[in-house]
Design a protein around this ligand. Structure first.
Ligand code: NAD
Length: 321
């Protein structure tokens, strides 16, 4: 019999790609989200439109035996959503409620494994002040000092799942994602993240000007979606609980990312650095632990994923017109 899985947040970017991957691997998949996935055909065997803040909705998902739960649903967005402070209460309340509900129903329904998507945003700000030398190894998480309430909620929920693992023997797998990007993700409307926003700005620029929040010297690393899904599957199939980083170690400044996108687009551009929310000064994945435990590392350079993403976003812009 095929394995069964629930993907929470299947209407979103990573959830949509994960459903497709699980189907390719022969799983029976139930997706659940507030909305359908607008950029992908629905690959799930069943798709429930439901609010995971409601414990009744969460319980109703278990009308058959479920082997694995992938909990990716969260109230989230890019810097324009999580670093302005305007959405802090919603981000904390909505995501924590989803996680409290899903941990409890997974335990009650004897789920074999639950995967939880944490974020690099939970790492302390004091280790990420130097753009050239950020520290994001897993054990550096404490003493905790994330720079956003989004990060604090992720840290709380990591601990919640670990507590369920200790007290109820619920098998959990926890990953800390570092900036996942690629086609079929949010690219406009205020919740998009840096790579998608930059691809859109470059594609739409008429006079060559591209606005970048902050001085553009802040550093990040970006992981292509297919690599992320691969690492999730490897983690779930392993005996390793985590938390473990899933990210790339190819660190780049935001200004250099804009130049990379412009080169891919074949467009001459001028960067205009303007005030805006930016998050920490520097962040890079540290893949020492995932290499050791799962023998995993990204297989392609950033420019390859950026090329595919730019092509997809410029197609979306054409279709919008
Ligand atoms: P996304 O916003 O595309 O997907 C999240 C989905 O959760 C959305 O479709 C949303 O509708 C759904 N959702 C929100 N509230 C819900 C509710 N109450 N009930 C049901 N569904 C609800 O985000 P994503 O990029 O696919 O991220 C997936 C997960 O990975 C999130 O938990 C996110 O915090 C985490 N993460 C992502 C990144 C990244 O770079 N994309 C980085 C770190 C962590």
């Amino acid at each position: 019999m095929s394995k069964t899985a629930i993907v929470c947040g299947a209407g979103g970017f990573i959830g949509g790609h994960l459903v497709k991957r699980l189907k390719e691997e022969g799983y029976w998949v139930k997706g659940v989200d507030l909305k359908t996935n607008e950029y992908d055909n629905n690959h799930a065997d069943e798709f429930i439109i439901g609010d995971l803040r409601d414990p009744v909705v969460c319980s109703s998902l278990f009308d058959r035996n479920i082997d694995e739960v992938y909990q990716l649903a969260a109230d989230m967005g890019g810097a324009g959503y999580i670093f302005t402070g305007e959405h802090d209460a919603d981000v904390m309340h909505n995501s924590a409620t989803i996680n409290l509900n899903m941990a409890e129903v997974s335990r009650k329904n004897n789920v074999k494994k639950i995967f939880y998507s944490s974020s690099a945003c939970m790492y302390p700000e004091y280790n990420q002040l130097d753009p050239d030398n950020p520290k994001c190894s897993e054990e550096s998480a404490y003493p905790a000092a994330p720079d956003s309430e989004y990060g604090w909620e992720k840290l709380f929920s990591e601990r919640l799942y670990l507590a369920y693992s200790r007290n109820y023997k619920l098998e959990v797998r926890i990953a800390r994602f570092h900036n996942i990007f690629g086609p079929k993700g949010t690219w406009k409307g205020g919740k998009e993240k840096a790579p998608a926003a930059i691809c859109r700005k470059v594609a739409e620029s008429v006079n060559g000007d591209v606005e970048v929040w902050g001085d553009g010297k802040q550093t990040r690393s970006f992981l292509y979606i297919d690599e992320c899904v691969d690492a999730i599957r490897r983690l779930v199939n392993s005996n390793f609980t985590g938390p473990v980083n899933i990210g790339s170690e190819e660190m780049i400044t935001i200004n250099d990312l804009v130049k990379m996108v412009a080169k891919v687009a074949g467009k001459p551009i001028t960067i205009k650095n303007i005030p805006g929310p930016t998050g920490v000064r520097g962040r890079n994945s540290d893949n020492t632990l995932i290499r050791e435990k799962l023998n995993w590392a990204p297989s392609q350079p950033l420019v390859e994923g950026i090329t595919k993403t730019y092509e997809w976003i410029s197609d979306q812009i054409k279709q919008d017109k």
